[in-house]
Design a protein around this ligand. Sequence first.
Ligand SMILES: [Zn+2]
Length: 406
Amino acid sequence: MRRGFLRMPLSPIQPSPVPTPEAALAPTLVPIPDGHIGCCERVGLSELLKILRNAGESTPSPQPVIFQVPPKATQPNEITTTCITIPETREKLLSKGPYPPINSSEGCRIRVVDVPGKGKGCVSTSVIPRGALIIRERPLVIAPTVMAFPGNFDRTVARAMPPGARAALLSLNNCYEDKVIGVLRTNNWGIGALPGHDAPYGGTGAIISRINHSCAPNALFRWNEDMFAAEVRALRPIARGEEVTMCYVPELEGYASRQARLRDAYGFTCTCELCMRAPPVRALSDHRRSQLEGLTAHYDELPDGRVWAWARDVGAPDDALLGALEEQAVMMERELYVRPEGWLTVARPLVKIYCALGNTVAARRWAVCAASYTRAATGTDGGWEAVARVPEQTIWWGARAKTSGR
Ligand SMILES: [Zn+2]
């Protein structure tokens, strides 16, 4: 769910607008990025059933149509996506192209291997820094996750697919009876709504869908609408040969709830680092996670107004706002928590606070953190790399020192 930030009126400390020669030469202020980010979730069966039950009351969906995007491959071995949508979405997607050809082996940093106890999985082929692209892949199929398909639809989709793509799709894991639809249900990653159809869609890729689950994952899925491709980016530094994992369930839920979801939708028991903790440690972890769930919601980010109020309050201690944020950061580290939206609720205010205190090293460290998590979620640094280079040129710089007359 997307939520706006609580905003308080600001009276920002701006440089003097008087056009003196010094002001003309003064460096431009580096803007502190605003706005928030959202991330794609894997849509599990239990979520689907919930949505389906709610959708049952609305008008019936239009008949599905099947087509390829792009309509023709322009390069050898290029994957075209078999799309199952409604007619209006077909027109919109086809008129929006041409989409650039995607070669999933280009710049790809993983390979599919046998992982003991898990069937197939993906391991990294190089050291990957946080935020970096691991793979960009055009899906084999995209389809709505809640559409009622006609009885013979399985065969219709299989026939509509190019033979190579069909073979790749059918080689994926299947937790259900339907041959094609079952593979899609088992392996799809949520890509959100498509133009012209406000319904959740899922994409299934030859390589991306091989990435296994972990409750403490090191990678994140996102849908790149402009390229019509799925992307996976690192959520923390990944070593060469390390297994790349993504989380299939809401990460901050407790152990029992995560395991129940995974058994229900995918038929396995998770043995990740977090789930293998001893029961007393696990109980503590569940408690911390429920605390984090409240703390990491977007709308709980420390508002700028409060940071300005502290910066100007001569009586407030310098570390008045730091304690709670740094405590939260320690808890997230301990919980192996890596969601960008959660880390940004800590990193962004910390950049402002350390800028206000005139602490270059700490301001840079948190700006680098904000840049890499923003890149993991959105594909770009969102302006934080500029802040990391010159925190001294942000509007927050030295705000506290000015107040206390130092
Ligand atoms: Zn787990």
